[in-house]
Design a protein around this ligand. Structure first.
Ligand SMILES: Cc1ncc(COP(=O)(O)O)c(C=O)c1O
Length: 401
């Protein structure tokens, strides 16, 4: 037997992580990497939060076993994540109609959700926003879903087009799966407001859709609780949904692979039954999750002083992203290409979509050593005081003809 021929044809590089390899091999010392979605500080470094280092110090002193975790992870971690998600005392947590399993990152949560739904006989059609995080379509199609998309932005690519979004969801089949970005939409930074979330939940209810909320940036938009505004839209009696959390960004724990999948069912009995099937999906995939990152998160969330410091660190990151956004809009307004840049100021999270075509993104890279993702998605956190004027000048050049 030989490998199948498709395994030997050249595989396309990953649209985002593939760019990191290109940045690394670029010898130009002035290169500016605005591609990958990690928080970088003013010196361009990917920091580790002080509270993470403190929790690790404490854990190192009391680590006495490297035994396997349960398939669904540590129960105390699951509770801590659920409280972070919906707020302690929320009906969703109190009623036991939700279960949370620990997963390797937000991607692990998405994959477990997809496998669980396929295995449980859910509709095999998933609706993704257009645009969306490029890993969504490949993850869901490799899990066995047919991928459809719903429009998300207006023609200028700056604001939510709620009417078109709702229209597309109304055309979905009963029981179809729909992926919603909880906050800090990737790649656009455009989020629904509370009223829009209610309208989305109305259509979800009307069409009996099954939402998966991808919540990879809690705390990067307006605040920990504010970013979970969508919960109020979806937390209706009888409405069931899944939430994929990531601790990569808000705990700077990217390479520890820590996340969670929360399943919210109509009642406690349905949640408990579904948990058994989630465990099968996990066992057949990676068996049980890695411990370290989740132990760090749990230690921080359950220790009030450490938690307070963590919230302060997160607020500082959020504040810097907001300041960078404002500086970007000011610079584009005064020296950038003509355009309606003002909406970028109130968008949320790390990303801004500049609306560039493939040729323009390639020119940014080749002529100016500035790396952006297809469509012109940039990581606003990566803008330094010296990088910002270079970006603005380069944008003027590549959009001139
Ligand atoms: C929208 C979205 N979902 C999920 C993830 C996955 O995060 P993780 O690194 O925790 O797997 C990311 C990471 O970039 C993301 O942007």
């Amino acid at each position: 037997m030989a490998l199948p021929s498709r395994a030997l044809s050249p595989a396309p590089p990953d649209p985002i992580l593939g760019l990191s390899e290109a940045v690394r091999s670029d010898p130009r010392p002035w290169k500016l990497d605005l591609s990958i979605g990690v928080y970088v500080d003013e010196s361009g470094a990917v920091p580790v939060m002080g509270t993470v280092l403190e929790a690790e110090r404490r854990l190192a002193e009391r680590c006495d076993s490297k035994g396997y975790l349960p398939i669904d992870g540590r129960p105390a971690y699951g509770t801590a994540i659920r409280d972070l998600l919906v707020g302690p005392g929320h009906e969703i947590a109190r009623s036991s109609r939700s279960v949370t399993v620990q997963t390797p990152g937000g991607t692990g949560a998405l994959r477990v959700a997809a496998d669980f739904l396929v295995q449980a006989g859910a509709n095999r059609t998933v609706w993704l926003s257009e645009p969306t995080w490029p890993n969504h379509p490949q993850l869901f199609s490799l899990a066995g879903f047919e991928v459809r998309s719903y429009p998300y932005l207006d023609d200028a690519g700056r604001r939510l087009d709620l009417d078109r979004l709702l229209g597309a969801l109304r055309s979905a089949g009963r029981g179809d799966v729909v992926v919603l970005h909880g906050a800090c939409h990737n790649p656009s930074g455009v989020d629904p407001d509370a009223g829009a979330w209610r309208s989305i939940a109305d259509v979800v209810e009307e069409r009996s859709l099954l939402p998966i909320v991808d919540f990879a940036y809690q705390g990067f938009g307006r605040g920990i609780r504010e970013d979970a505004e969508w919960v109020d839209g979806l937390a209706r009696p009888g409405l069931e949904f899944l939430v994929c959390s990531s601790c990569s960004k808000n705990f700077t724990l990217y390479n520890e692979r820590v996340g969670a999948l929360t399943l919210v069912a109509a009642d406690a009995a349905r949640a408990a039954a579904a948990l058994g099937h989630l465990k099968i999906a996990i066992r057949a995939n990676y068996s049980n999750p890695p411990a370290h990152g989740a132990d760090v998160v749990e230690s921080i969330l359950r220790d009030p002083p450490l938690r307070g410091r963590w919230e302060g660190e997160l607020a500082a990151m959020r504040g810097r992203i907001r300041d960078n956004r404002a500086a970007l809009v000011d610079a584009l307004g005064s020296a950038g290409p003509a355009g309606d840049w003002e909406p970028l100021r109130s968008q949320r999270g790390m990303f801004a979509l500049l609306g560039l075509n493939g040729g323009q993104v390639a020119r940014l890279r080749d002529e100016f050593a500035i790396y952006a993702v297809a469509g012109g998605r940039i990581n606003v956190a990566g803008l330094t005081p010296s990088g910002l004027p270079r970006l603005v000048e380069a944008l003027r050049a590549v959009t001139a003809d």
